[in-house]
Design a protein around this ligand. Structure first.
Ligand code: PLP
Length: 376
C-alpha cells in the first residue's frame, strides 16, 4: 500500500486539521538557539519559575518497588480525597487527569458526537478548537471584543439557536488574563447547556490561594449547578507542569462518567505522589504564588516605561498580554529569542501584533526589560 492510500483510510477531518503548536522543552530550545539551558529566560508557557515544593522531590525519591513496578490507582483515591478536603466538596465530585488538557478531552468524549455544537470565545486557549476538530465538533465562534470581553448576549443567543451542548469559558482567559465579568457565569448556567469553566490560572486571581481552595472557590458551585464543570491544574501554582496533573469538579454523576471513560491509569505514581505532596505544602507554594503576583505588578510598571509597547491592564493570571506598537510582534519575539528570552507569539486573529509574557523571577524580568528597552 502507498502512504497516500494509508492516509486515505484516515479520518478526513484529522488529515485536514490544523495541528496544535506545543511549546518546546529546554533541550530542544537550547539546541535551536545555540544558548545553554541555564541562560534561557523561558517566559513562553506560564510555568512556575520557582518549581515545585521540595516535598515533591522527597516524595519522588521515596517511590520504590511498591509503587513504580505496579499500576497506579485508577481512582487516584488518596489524591481525590485530599483535593476534596481542600476544596470543600465531596470526593465523588472530584476528577483527576493527566493535566487539565486530558480532562478537557474527557469532557469532549463524554458530551460530543460528531456534528454537536460547542461555543468558543477566542482569542482563548487553543486546546478547545484542537480537540473540537478531533472529535468532529461544530465550533461556533463568538469573538471577544477589542477589550477581550465576552459578548454575553451573542453567546446566549448562539447557545439557544444552535442548541449548543457546551459553552467554554476560560477564566482567567489565556492569553489576556482577564476573569469573567460578574454575572456572566450565573447567566450562562441558566441555559440548557454544559458550562466548562477552565480555571487553570485561578490561583493567581486572589491572594493566599483563596480562589483555588477558599470557601468561595467555584468548585463549590457545582453542587447547585449540575451543568457546571470546573477544571484546574497543578501545572501553574504548584509547579508540576512536567508531571501532568489536572483536576476538576462536577456533579457526582458527571464526575462518575468522566472517571469511567478516562484512561484507567492516567495519573502515574510519580504524578500522584507529587500532587499529594503539593497539597501538603500549600503555605510554601502560596509564598511562590505571592512572589509571582508581586512580580506581575512590577512587570506592569516596567512595561509602562516602554512607549512602543502597550500591556493589557488587569491580568489576574501569571502572564501579561502585550501589544507591540512600532514593529511586527513576530519580529520582536524573534529578536528576543536570539537573546535567549522566550515569549509566546500567536499568529492568530485578534492577536496580531501581540505577545504574551509569563511572569518569571525578578532576575528574569530584569533581563526581559533590559532587552525590550534595547529592541522595542
Ligand atoms: C487555559 C488553560 N487551560 C488548561 C491548560 C492545560 O493545563 P495542564 O498543564 O494541566 O494540561 C493550560 C495550559 O497552559 C491553559 O492555559
Amino acid at each position: 500500500m502507498t502512504t497516500a492510500a494509508v492516509e486515505n483510510l484516515m479520518r478526513a477531518e484529522i488529515v485536514r486539521m490544523t495541528p496544535y503548536i506545543p511549546i518546546k522543552p529546554f533541550p530542544v530550545l537550547s539546541a535551536e538557539l545555540g544558548i545553554p539551558i541555564h541562560r534561557i529566560v523561558k517566559l513562553d508557557a506560564n510555568e512556575n519559575p520557582y518549581g515545585p515544593s521540595p516535598l515533591v522531590y522527597q516524595a519522588l525519591a521515596n517511590l520504590g518497588n511498591t509503587e513504580v513496578p505496579i499500576y497506579p490507582d485508577p481512582g487516584s483515591t488518596e489524591l481525590r480525597q485530599k483535593l476534596a478536603e481542600k476544596l470543600g466538596v465531596e470526593m465523588e465530585m472530584v476528577v483527576t487527569g493527566a493535566g487539565a488538557d486530558e480532562l478537557i478531552e474527557v469532557l469532549f468524549k463524554l458530551f460530543f458526537s460528531p456534528g454537536d455544537v460547542m461555543i468558543n470565545c477566542p482569542p482563548t486557549f487553543g486546546m478547545y478548537t484542537f480537540l473540537g476538530q478531533i472529535y468532529g465538533v461544530k465550533e461556533i465562534v463568538i469573538e471577544r471584543d477589542a477589550n477581550f470581553q465576552i459578548d454575553l448576549d451573542a453567546v446566549e443567543a448562539a447557545v439557544i439557536q444552535h442548541r449548543a451542548k457546551m459553552v467554554i469559558l476560560c477564566a482567567p482567559n489565556n492569553p489576556d488574563g482577564l476573569y469573567l465579568t460578574p454575572g456572566t457565569l450565573e447567566r450562562l448556567l441558566k441555559l440548557n447547556t454544559i458550562v466548562l469553566l477552565d480555571e487553570a490560572y485561578v490561583a493567581f486571581t486572589k491572594p493566599n490561594l483563596e480562589a483555588e481552595f477558599g470557601t468561595d472557590n467555584s468548585t463549590r458551585l457545582v453542587a447547585q449547578h449540575p451543568n457546571l464543570v470546573v477544571l484546574r491544574t497543578f501545572s501553574k501554582w504548584a509547579g508540576l507542569a512536567g508531571l501532568r496533573v489536572g483536576y476538576g469538579a462536577a456533579t457526582p454523576e458527571v464526575a462518575g462518567y468522566m472517571m469511567a471513560i478516562k484512561q484507567p491509569y492516567n495519573i502515574n505514581v510519580a504524578a500522584e505522589a507529587a500532587a499529594r505532596a503539593s497539597l501538603d505544602d500549600l503555605p510554601r507554594l502560596n509564598t511562590n504564588v505571592q512572589k509571582m503576583l508581586a512580580e506581575r505588578e512590577r512587570m506592569y510598571a516596567e512595561l509602562a516605561q516602554c512607549s512602543s509597547l502597550r500591556a493589557l491592564p488587569g491580568s489576574q493570571a501569571n502572564f501579561i498580554l502585550v501589544e507591540v506598537l512600532n514593529q511586527p510582534a513576530a519580529h520582536l519575539k524573534a529578536e528576543l529569542a536570539k537573546r535567549g528570552i522566550l515569549v509566546r507569539y500567536f499568529a492568530k486573529k485578534g492577536l496580531d501584533n501581540h505577545f504574551r509574557i509569563s511572569v518569571g523571577t525578578p532576575e528574569q524580568t530584569n533581563q526581559l526589560v533590559a532587552a525590550l528597552k534595547e529592541l522595542a
